[in-house]
Design a protein around this ligand. Sequence first.
Ligand code: KIV
Length: 272
Amino acid sequence: MHSGKDISKHITTKVLLERKKKKEKITMLTAYDYLTAKFLDEAGIEMILVGDSLGNVIQGNETTLPVTLEQIIYHTNMVKKAVKNALVVGDMPFMSYQIGTEEAIRNAGRLMKETGCDAVKMEGGKYLVETIRRIVEIGIPVMGHLGLTPQSINKFGSYKTRGVERAEAEAIKRDALLLEKAGCFAIVLEKVPAALGKAVSKSLKIPTIGIGAGPDCDGQVLVTQDMLGMIEDFKPRFVRRYMNLAKDMKEAFKRYSKDIKENKFPSEKESY
Ligand code: KIV
């Protein structure tokens, strides 16, 4: 059955490769609900990530570690319903792909089958090569994620920039090439020096999508709540705020409250 999508505008992994070849930048943001996804899609954002960052911005957890596959499936379903053109990536949560290839295939398959997402994302390098190769082979596009990988926060001990030391920078470069060879269609590069972001992007045929990885990545991603200024106490250098929505929302809530207290809402016009 036809989905009602305008095929000519639909973003596929092939379109993303073309963007890189033509040196056209790629846009990506996160969404976890229907309306946000609808607005992103209508604004022409090309990729929408149902990130495990929902553990932070939706659930209020310190880390992304508690997020479950069921929760990602739940949110990806809402997002997918709203999207006509963007490529929707479902994030594989902590411990849904690390145990072994078979379990990773089963979970990536569930995520795609139960939500209709276009691709899945996984954090990590060399140790994931065989898993990614098999998942891609069975027809599930995989996006890699290198640099600061928040699911490894307990190993790193902090959210500081990765790949500053030469040895780690070299490892990230090697991992990026391995992920490309394994079949990833794109790689998120998170919080690495701009020079490393540039070097990795130049070394790959597939696009890099940077978050705090400098201007030379092939595309950029941010957590939507961060760029809307909804998270007041989190402002890393790589976040550009396009709105101050936290302030605007609180202002609206206060005005609503005042109107009720002063018997100004609802008015006659707003009544039956
Ligand atoms: O979970 C997420 O939102 C992410 C992005 C920060 C890339 O992985």
